[in-house]
Design a protein around this ligand. Sequence first.
Ligand code: SF4
Length: 257
Amino acid sequence: MSVSVHAEIDECPRRWALSAAAYPELWSGRGYPQKLQLATLAGSVVHLALEVITKQLTQAGVPSLNHPLATQVLKELGGYTRVVEECVERILRRFDDNPRALPIVEQARRMLRGQVPTLRARVQSMLARLRLPKAALAARPPEARPATETCRYCGVRQLCDAYWAGAAQAISEDGCFGDIELKITGRHGPTNWDAVVARAHILPAKTPALLRLQQADEFTTGTLVRVLDGALARDPEDDSAPAIITLSARSEAYRVE
Ligand code: SF4
């Protein structure tokens, strides 16, 4: 559970429960449909446009708008106006299926389209002040800085060898869910595989393990599998019993190629 969800529940458990419940009779989205707040839409567009542009600049290793390659990156994106216009549509698409937003979504579109020149100026002015960390991005690949707090919610930790090489692998406070890299040693059953722990913060390497999948998958002996948020169970009375790692709805498993 993320820190923000925790804080939200703490503030009003009823509000969180009502907001997070499923309402299939209303729509197919998650939780209760949110109201479209006209006042905050422009900010969302600017935020998204900044995200789109800085992501592209970062990928090209461009540290600031003064860099000679910055113009080229912006050209490839179609220019500021195009980015802002696309962001307007992307933001409004989030409300496509939302019955609370439907009555005012066209009004919101007209309003935002009318504001494109202003939004473009805001994006430009904010970008002009931006300095991306040049040295850090110049390295190929950029330096990894594994740390428990930084990596815990990192969406690409399954791809990051530095994360698995160190001791920053995530583990829940109660020790029941965590990230574990396993080496497959053989089939145990239709959806179960024998393995040994390759790397995990709370389990020593070579600890015998049983990987329980939700559906059948094929592995060969020696395959490395990175499990994110796997449910972990151990027999407290028997150190030699295998650690059982079960994939739940919140877990993911990735083969290391
Ligand atoms: S997992 Fe790797 S990429 Fe992600 S924050 Fe940690 S060090 Fe950085």
